[in-house]
Ligand binder design. Structure first.
Ligand SMILES: Nc1ncnc2c1ncn2[C@@H]1O[C@H](COP(=O)(O)OP(=O)(O)OP(=O)(O)O)[C@@H](O)[C@H]1O
Length: 443
């Protein structure tokens, strides 16, 4: 990708720059920015029109992007952008894959219209009603999947659709906290800083940030998510016609590849967008040719996508969890409560012997059952752990139930048998059934 560094006007762009500076962008170019690690950066659109990953910027309005944020401001027709604050990187690039991305949007748009017309014409409920496109975005880590997903959702919402956003990325997912698979309808373009507005998302708790910890559990949860979405979609033709945009993990080899195929099949994706990897594209083409009606499209990775190291990813995960309780700019006040150990029941999924040795064939070793629901006693091990509050009515349904939200364990008093926890809002918890994984965070 050719990149013309900083068409700075009266201040200059480039690396590690501070102060106020302007950038003039020609049509179909973008300003790529990496905010400094320690302080936020302000940005405003001075002239013309521009968008950040599918969401239009309001004119003459300073927006504050948090420290370490990486993004691009793209313009279809030309614009002038002003920055104020420290940027590690800020340069203008005139070669982007945006035209190919918007062409995909145009195809999805036609399919939505067709589904809407077909739904309007069919008066009797059917077991296989016409549906909008189910588009899944796949590719290795840091190939720009999440940003493409945002753009496709944003462009659809701008046309008045309400597509369903499903996020299967447990490492860097953006709907609630890491360690979950989730879905939510998107009614308006996703805010470049605040993210998806959470209008009762459907969330399943996996509890870990890598799928290899419990591959079977991950598959069960994706299946449950798909099943519940199917039920919801059938009763709402507007959402049904708008279809889905699905984000996936960047793990595309071995078990990761198997999980991708599982997701494509389980969520019945019919448009597979492969970002930035020829090998993955060929493999999927070969495997999916037996499934007619599935289009596989190869797309270029943007030259602007930034590689994030494991330290950066870990930091993002902590910030995302913190944001759940405190809000993006510390604008929420989480509530602290004390409960008796006997008031709450904590469980973990996975582990424990599957069957007693006596019930197994001679010579066979009992293996851990990855989907077994195991009670967890209160101990200091639960200190600083994030627990999910399940919607399950009883422990038998914990595996298949979605969750209402999360609490954080601040203190465990083993002598008085009391636990102090933080919840996003006051009042009793919607359920006493809690799920633990390996998600923890020290304030
Ligand atoms: N055109 C661009 N200019 C500047 N930054 C960009 C651009 N596109 C993406 N980025 C940034 O690059 C990083 C990686 O992009 P993104 O999150 O979309 O990748 P991903 O494939 O979803 O990664 P992962 O699989 O690891 O979650 C993000 O911080 C994103 O904001």
């Amino acid at each position: 990708m050719a990149a013309s560094t900083g068409t700075g006007v009266g201040g200059g762009g480039g690396t590690g720059t501070g102060g106020t500076r302007k950038f003039k962008l020609q049509k179909e170019s973008e300003l790529r920015v990496e905010v400094g690690m320690d302080s936020p950066l302000k940005l405003q659109l001075v002239i013309g029109t521009a968008e950040v990953f599918g969401t239009e910027l309001p004119p003459m309005f300073w927006m504050t992007f948090p420290a370490a944020h990486k993004f691009a401001v793209f313009t279809w027709h030309g614009c002038t952008i002003e920055l104020d604050g420290i940027s590690e990187v800020a340069y203008v690039a005139d070669e982007t894959p945006m035209v190919s991305y918007v062409n995909v949007h145009a195809v999805l748009e036609r399919r939505r219209r067709k589904a809407k017309e077909a739904l309007a014409a069919s008066d009797a409920p059917s077991t296989n009603p016409p549906a909008g496109p189910r588009c899944i975005v796949v590719g290795p880590t840091d190939s720009g999947k999440s940003c493409l997903v945002r753009m496709l959702l944003g462009w659809a919402a701008r046309e008045g659709w309400k597509p369903t956003y499903a996020d299967l990325d447990i490492g860097q997912g953006s709907i609630t906290i890491p360690g979950t698979v989730a879905a939510t309808p998107v009614e308006m373009p996703i805010h470049p800083i605040e993210g998806v507005p959470l209008d009762l998302p459907l969330v399943y708790f996996y509890g870990h940030t890598t799928p290899s910890v419990n591959v079977d559990l991950y598959k069960v949860l994706v299946k449950e998510l798909a099943r519940t979405l199917d039920i919801q979609l059938v009763s709402n033709s507007e959402v049904q016609a708008a279809g889905m945009v699905i984000n996936t993990m960047g793990w595309v080899d071995g078990v990761g590849y198997e999980l991708l195929l599982h997701a494509i099949e389980t969520l019945r994706a019919d448009v597979v967008l492969v970002l930035g990897q020829e090998k993955l594209y060929s493999m999927l083409q070969e495997v999916l040719k037996v499934r007619p009606g599935v289009d596989i499209v190869k797309l270029h990775k943007s030259g602007g996508v930034v590689n994030r190291n494991s330290k950066y990813r870990q930091r993002t995960r902590v910030l995302k969890t913190k944001e759940y309780f405190y809000g993006l700019s510390n604008d929420l006040s989480p509530h602290s409560s004390v409960a008796n150990f006997s008031d709450l029941q904590v469980f973990r999924i996975g582990g424990g012997p599957q069957a007693p040795r006596s019930a197994l064939p001679i010579g066979a070793e009992p293996t851990a059952d990855p989907t077994r629901v195991v009670p967890v006693g209160f101990s200091r091990d639960l200190l600083h752990v994030v627990l999910a509050v399940s919607f399950a009515k009883d422990p038998e349904h914990l595996l298949s139930s979605n969750v209402a939200g999360f609490i954080y364990i601040n203190e465990i008093d083993m002598q008085r048998k009391k636990v102090t926890y933080m919840a996003p809002c006051p009042g009793p918890l919607p359920s006493q059934l809690l799920l633990a994984g390996s998600l923890a965070w020290t304030e």
